[in-house]
Design a protein around this ligand. Structure first.
Ligand code: BDP
Length: 329
């Protein structure tokens, strides 16, 4: 009789858990792809996001951040997130232009007045529109990360003006925008993933590349390309993306928590980024990089050389969006 009572109680308890509305769903574990190392600001932002979501869902949603390119480089991890093989990926906007060209509008040369202007755009209605603009490709943006501004560096010579770039072979991200920009500056673009750049510079396949301070140091390019020009030709904002199938599997409450967690991750990443830029610039100077800071007149030479890109048909298509971006106070 006693055994029957215990069995009956166990069945009732199990039924209660399954039937009670809002009952605790089973633990779901998702993978998150990141190409940067554990201590890089984007990875810190990703982990802050994952920790927030796990805590607020009482462990029901666990997100495992695979840093240092464990799951692949950006292009393939974007594709894996589109298929659902990976649930989350952190990427720069440029690699996304191959699946949604409008993303290039956010990385046009000399587009933003400064970082504050960039984030008033990204944290406003334009940024929201862009986060939502990839859903046809099974991707939904959750938040914007800071990737600062990008600068040229190379192994051959000091670049002071566009004329100094003539004939240089420059690695670019795999997007037509970057290839068009490098050609307009009189250099020759070579698209490849970030993971291939170090050896390509080392072996002379390319002479240099362009990136922000943290990446220049974090992926070791300062060791093979000592000439660094702080010309800040563009910003390439970055974002956390989720597979839309995973997103749609969440309850409304879980979606709220995931969105809140993404904003917490962005808060952590942006704070870490400011510190990382200062730290990595100092490390570049200590390591002996030959750093040239162009005058305002020389920066204008870069801006003037790249201005015609706005009229090229592929980018003239974004004129209205670019006008809206520039109009943001
Ligand atoms: C870095 C970005 C990374 C890009 C890389 C690149 O953080 O997402 O893959 O630039 O140039 O700044 O490919």
């Amino acid at each position: 009789m006693k055994r029957m009572t215990s069995l009956l109680l166990a069945v009732l308890l199990l039924a209660a858990v399954i039937i009670l509305p809002g009952c605790e769903r089973k633990v779901r574990v998702y993978r998150f792809a990141e190409i940067h190392a554990l201590d890089y600001p984007t990875t810190q932002g990703n982990i802050a996001f994952a920790n927030y979501v796990e805590e607020k869902t009482n462990g029901r949603i666990k997100i495992e951040v695979f840093h240092s390119g464990q799951l692949g480089q950006e292009r393939e991890t974007i594709e894996m997130t589109q298929t659902g093989a990976i649930a989350f990926v952190r990427v720069a906007t440029n690699p996304l232009t191959s699946i949604n060209p409008v993303m290039a509008a956010l990385s046009m040369p000399f587009l933003y007045r400064d970082r504050d202007h960039m984030f008033r755009v990204l944290d406003g209605e334009i940024g929201d529109e862009m986060l939502e603009s990839l859903q046809q490709q099974n991707l939904l943006g959750l938040c914007w990360f800071d990737a600062g501004f990008r600068n040229f560096y190379n192994s051959r010579r000091e670049i002071r003006t566009p004329a100094d770039m003539a004939g240089l072979k420059i690695r670019v991200q795999e997007t037509p925008l970057m290839m068009d920009m490098i050609r307009m500056l009189g250099a020759s673009p070579t698209p490849m993933s970030l993971g291939e750049v170090y050896t390509s510079i080392q072996n002379g396949v390319v002479d240099g590349a362009e990136n922000n301070w943290p990446s220049y140091i974090a992926v070791g390019h300062f060791e093979v390309a000592r000439f660094f020009t702080v010309n800040q030709h563009m910003a390439a904002p970055e974002m956390i993306l989720i597979n839309t199938g995973v997103w749609n599997s969440f309850s409304e409450d879980e979606k709220r928590i995931v969105k809140e967690g993404a904003l917490e991750g962005a808060r952590v990443q942006r704070a870490a980024w400011i510190a990382a830029e200062l730290e990595h610039e100092a490390r570049a100077r200590e390591a002996g990089s030959i750093i040239y800071e162009p005058t305002a007149a020389e920066i204008k030479l870069f801006a003037d050389a790249l201005a015609p890109i706005y009229n090229q048909p592929a980018y003239a298509a974004f004129t209205d969006l670019i006008t809206r971006i520039k109009a943001v106070e």
